[in-house]
Design a protein around this ligand. Structure first.
Ligand SMILES: [Zn+2]
Length: 138
């Protein structure tokens, strides 16, 4: 009596995944603050330049890679401001990973990656997790 039914186990734990629609993770939103490089304080993007907020985790290479490891170490970073036009940025550079993904780095000191380029939409996404907010002295 070997039932070799290939049906997938339907009891996989789905942590409140009822609303995982594509159009729920992106919302129209502009960056309320000027974002600067954490290392050299160069302005990466001025405030009110982005057009959307991507509320999603994406893998970014670690800022500091451990030496002697032959693959890129990554971590999940959640939350990105998105903008289509690369000229929206004040100072930004690109790096390309071994597998062809494009990432955004500080245009001055190349700290990062601070974001990534979506290969399908060519949207540029930067994460406030890897940037500092410019404090305007009052
Ligand atoms: Zn920098």
């Amino acid at each position: 009596m070997s039932s070799s039914s290939p049906s997938l186990p339907s009891a996989l734990t789905q942590p409140s995944a009822s609303q995982q629609q594509d159009n729920n993770v992106v919302e129209a939103r502009t960056n309320e603050s000027t974002l600067i490089c954490k290392i050299c304080q160069t302005v990466v993007i001025l405030k009110n330049m982005t057009t959307e907020w991507l509320d999603e985790e994406r893998e970014l290479p670690l800022t500091r890679q451990t030496k002697g490891i032959d693959h890129t170490q990554t971590e999940l970073v959640k939350g990105y401001f998105g903008v289509k036009d690369i000229f929206a940025f004040e100072n930004v550079g690109f790096t390309r990973s071994a597998d062809g993904k494009k990432f955004l780095v500080c245009g001055e000191c190349e700290e990062g990656p601070v974001g990534f380029v979506d290969p399908n939409t060519e949207m540029n996404y930067v994460t406030p997790e890897r940037l500092d907010v410019l404090q305007t002295s009052v």
